[in-house]
Design a binder for this molecule. Structure first.
Ligand code: CTP
Length: 469
């Protein structure tokens, strides 16, 4: 029998083993820790321990044997307990048999054997257990050929997949997420069961759905997950805006690109250049305004006028519906969507300084992220155009640097304050102050004057004369 003692080098496993001997229990480490050890994904942060007996009792015993006697958090309703050891969270659960009801993820639970407990796990690769018992320390228990599935990169359920997914529909999403994260295939029967049970996702809370979506989004090739969600019929349940981008219309021989597949390409492109999950979200949502703004006219063909603005409004609704944070992260995604075409419009070899200054002024600190998004948006298959567009963005990036060094437009602060305008012309608060301020800003952005105090002061005096002040 394969021995995995080396997986158990961390001192905490010796302590758990000692506690289990003292209590006369039978205990195993199970789930993600074992899977990730075998896949060499680095040490898992969380460790799941299953014992044939009381998980709470075992956790308390372990805590009493640890030098710092950590606090044990008990979840009585679930019969589980958790303690922290260093940066790790160790979760203890008694082996159980579960049966689920139609309308809830909360199962009826009875005590069971290790085998019962492995049966109720989601995937064969997550049902692998390593013994922490003295007489078999390090032995692997793999009743469903999980090791073979790790080898062939397969997601498979221990039991009939219809039962596993219907018992806990979150697993439908977990299957897609693991396939994406680990670059695994979902076995055929499992895949069919995903589609059959997709409607059950409705009983899952938005928070859990978003958790899984984030994990898909953080994967190296996120499109893999979104394509699976689309193929299994899951996507319309939580991201109908993306489904609305699917398809190509033809009128009078004119077509537009399929914005769903285009979007997925953009997400994969950006995933190569940023780990920022919110910038990846921005890529996923950058074109959602195209479905409601799509129009055809004989003169200009297909257009999506104002899709950036409409899209940024849709971002708010989507975040609200999925209970994602309505904070600065959402505002960031909105801003990216709203500005997503701006660099494209100015990306020509002859881009002017003033166009670049305006872009930097509007994007502020998000200018690099915006450029990253726009570069990811280049999905043309024509190598000549691909090169040309990238070159044009290089020119824009270079110009941004130049303008930045010279004009400091990012987070623009007017070089002459409103107070100074009031004092100089002895004004009462009124519209003239705003007019002068705006004129100074415009003159700087247009490059008529540098972004400096003396020049702005002289310009203010001139403008005041013009206004008869
Ligand atoms: N599990 C399950 N069904 C679920 C969630 C979890 O059967 N819906 C089981 C699996 O055996 C899983 C273990 O509980 O391995 C721990 O779950 P969790 O910590 O959520 O996942 P990990 O597998 O550890 O992976 P990750 O940390 O990447 O989520």
């Amino acid at each position: 029998m394969a021995n995995y003692k080396n997986a158990l080098n961390a001192p905490i496993f010796k302590t758990i083993s000692k506690a289990t001997e003292e209590l006369g229990l039978e205990t195993y480490v199970i789930g993600g820790f074992v899977r990730d050890y075998i896949l060499k994904r680095g040490d898992a942060k969380d460790i799941d321990i299953v014992t044939v007996g009381s998980g709470i009792e075992l956790a308390k015993k372990v805590a009493s044997l640890l030098p710092n006697n950590p606090k044990v958090q008990v979840f009585k309703t679930y019969g589980t307990a958790m303690l922290k050891s260093g940066t790790r969270e160790i979760e203890f659960v008694g082996a159980r048999k579960e049966s689920y009801t139609e309308n809830s993820r909360n199962p009826q639970v009875e005590n069971g054997s290790l085998q019962d407990d492995q049966n109720r796990r989601d995937f064969t690769i997550n049902a692998l257990a390593i013994s922490l018992n003295d007489n078999s320390f390090g032995e692997l228990l793999d009743p469903f050929e999980g090791i073979a599935d790790l080898g062939t990169k397969t997601i498979r359920t221990p039991l009939n997949p219809d039962i596993t997914y219907s018992d806990d529909p979150l697993r439908i999403l977990r299957a897609v997420r693991f396939a994406t994260q680990l670059d695994f295939k979902i076995e055929k029967e499992s895949f069919e069961a995903l589609s059959r049970n997709a409607y059950r996702i409705e009983i899952i809370t938005n928070e859990r759905i978003v958790d899984e979506l984030h994990k898909i989004m953080k994967s190296p090739v996120p499109s893999k997950g979104f394509l699976l969600l689309e193929k299994t019929g899951l996507l319309p349940h939580f991201l109908p805006e993306l489904i609305a981008l699917k398809g190509i219309d033809e009128k009078e021989g004119q077509t537009h690109k399929d914005n769903f597949y285009h979007t997925l390409e953009v997400v994969d492109n950006i995933a190569q250049n940023t780990d920022d999950v919110w910038l990846r979200w921005a890529a996923l949502l950058h074109d959602i305004g195209k479905a409601p703004t799509k129009k055809f006219s004989k003169k200009v063909g297909w257009t999506f006028h104002g899709h950036e603005f409409v899209g940024s409004k849709m971002v708010y609704k989507l975040f609200k519906r999925l209970r994602m944070p309505l904070n600065e992260k959402m505002k960031f995604v909105q801003k990216m969507v709203l500005m997503s075409s701006r660099p494209i419009v100015i990306a020509t070899e002859s881009v002017t300084d003033s166009a670049v200054r305006r872009l930097v002024f509007d994007a502020g600190d998000y200018i690099e992220d915006l450029m990253t998004l726009c570069e990811a948006d280049i999905t043309t298959k024509n190598p000549k155009r691909f090169k040309k567009y990238h070159n044009n963005f290089k020119v824009v990036r270079h110009k941004i640097k130049e303008v930045e060094a010279r004009d400091h437009i990012r987070n623009f602060q007017p070089p002459v304050s409103g107070d100074e305008i009031i004092k100089t012309f002895n004004l009462k608060p009124g519209r003239e102050i705003g007019i002068i301020k705006e004129a100074i800003k415009e003159a700087i952005l247009e490059g008529e004057i540098p972004n400096e105090y003396d020049a702005a002061y002289a310009f203010m005096i001139e403008k005041g004369k013009e206004l008869g002040l």
